[in-house]
Design a protein around this ligand. Structure first.
Ligand code: SAM
Length: 230
């Protein structure tokens, strides 16, 4: 059976590239975005009642990881990127129908727009459906996952003298919690697990409209070097 789906909305996100997006939602509460609903769902009727809900499930398309040939095994970054697992045992982006799911915080409901935080979604992500989180059914107290039993241990994020004032300035301009966003995302240690970067290697990523540059002062200590407009 084949069935065509079409997006109900598009996410406008703080994340402009895949690198340094947390690997799951909720890991960076300062990661914010807006879900812009598409017609006919951009009318108030479609979101009536949603103001009673703190979190929603988003079902979305990994639109920048779509592939023609399905993979049976993937190498999840969580396992160091060098061990393969059955695709259905992981939350990898490369999957049969390219569908992702995330529980995110609903900060506000407006006709045609949902304000979100705690997202792990790239800018431009097409959303296929939105469902309210139902605590009694969706939170399974005895659940276990031996591959990912705990959130990854955050690493230390320090600021160079010039970078913190830069981040505060851009946070004020954007009206966004940029300092927290940088700290929370970099604490997830975005580098591929197999890389042991020398201190002179500089990494960079775009959050909102600013470029953030950092290096590894020690293997598990990130030092933010610069927060500058692109
Ligand atoms: N929570 C979702 C899930 O379990 O289905 C996503 C998990 S996936 C491991 C998270 C990664 O997906 C992020 O780190 C980001 O790099 C990537 N990602 C987010 N949005 C994407 C998109 N629209 N297309 C491709 N990759 C995306």
């Amino acid at each position: 059976m084949q069935h065509t789906v079409s997006p109900v909305g598009i996410v406008r996100s703080c994340f402009k590239e895949k690198f340094a997006i947390p690997r799951q939602p909720q890991l960076a509460p300062a990661a914010r975005g807006v879900l812009e609903l598409l017609p006919p769902f951009d009318q108030g009727d479609a979101v009536e009642g949603l103001e009673q809900v703190s979190h929603v499930w988003l079902l979305f398309l990994f639109h920048q990881a779509l592939e023609d040939r399905p993979r049976l095994k993937v190498r999840p970054p969580r396992l160091g990127g060098n061990k393969s697992m059955g695709v259905f045992a992981t939350r990898a982006t490369h999957r049969p129908n390219g569908i992702g799911q995330s529980v995110v915080r609903l900060e506000g409901v407006e006709p045609g727009r949902l304000l979100l935080s705690g997202i792990d979604l790239l800018d431009g992500t097409p959303v296929l459906d939105i469902k309210p989180y139902v605590p009694y059914a969706d939170s399974v107290t005895e659940a276990s996952n031996l591959m990912a039993s705990e959130a990854p241990e955050p690493i230390s994020v320090q600021w160079s003298e010039g970078a913190l004032p830069q981040a505060h300035t851009h946070a004020l301009r954007l009206g966004e919690p940029l300092v927290e966003l940088i700290e929370q995302c970099l604490a997830q240690d975005p580098r591929p697990a197999y890389q042991v970067p020398p201190p002179e290697r500089v990494y960079g990523v775009k959050f909102w409209d600013v470029q953030v540059r950092w290096h590894y002062a020690q293997p598990d200590v990130i030092r933010v070097l610069e927060v500058a407009p692109e």
